[in-house]
Design a protein around this ligand. Sequence first.
Ligand SMILES: [Zn+2]
Length: 325
Amino acid sequence: MSAKIEAIIDQVEERQEELINLLKTLISFETPAPPARNTKEAQEYVASLLEEMGFDIDMWDVYPNDPNIIGTLKGNQSNEYNSLIINGHIDVAEVNEDEEWETNPFNAVVRDGVVIGRGAADMKGGLAGALFAIQLLREAGIELPGDLIFQSVIGEEVGEAGTLQCCKRGSTADFAIVVDTSELHIQGQGGVITGWITIKSNQTYHDATRRNMIHAGGNLFAASAIEKMTKVIDGLQELERHWAITKSYPGVPPGANTINPAVIEGGRHAAFIADECRLWITVHFYPNETYEHVAKEVEEHILKIAEADIWLRENPPTFTWGGLR
Ligand SMILES: [Zn+2]
């Protein structure tokens, strides 16, 4: 390791008070999501720090009062060297009334060597650490040959809206580091998608017709969408187990490619047969997979299960991928 780098690492220890103060300042901007729409001041502060360090700033509203920032520090040999994105979110988890805070969660304190405040770990600590590291490099006169792109984004707590907007704006690089909570283990992350699976009957039946749809001689070809969704859930578990056994990726724990049945809603009233049921799933996949491919695998497997069920065959589930409800 070069003496210059060693000197910088020493400074990380010697100047940790500065880092902690930066973190406390970031925490002091109240940016819980929900309710969200409250990150403008915090983002302006981050932008001002990046500007001081020579970054060009691109700042725009993802939602009113919730802007994203992309700061770019051009490398001195941009064409020949790889570029790096550092990505972090400025929003923090909401503060519920039943949380037993001894102090104001936005007025961080240091206790037993730990910074305590809302978002200290997730993930203003990561943002502060990255900003501080860049500052130390700048002060040491180290210029990076490749482009450094700093994305401070909103919307992590509600579906990664900010990072998605950065991608859609064409912000790309050869490598990316997301400085989120990691206990300092390097975590490989492929991706995650969410989607709704919907089972819908094209007719609504009264509760009194249930006898006709499930017993001999009833002569009514109909079903409860809720009961049929249980077959889908069983199928998802099978697929999840199959993936855990057959897929892997270096640096990612086995079985990380999970399918979580996260939310279920369905039925309309106790007086009716459930004519619709919706399941919101969260699917994790490995770095060598694409979300398009993974979504297709889920759809194909579930449609095969539907094919083997007499009612679902005629009323196949539909899929809506991405985003919120
Ligand atoms: Zn986070």
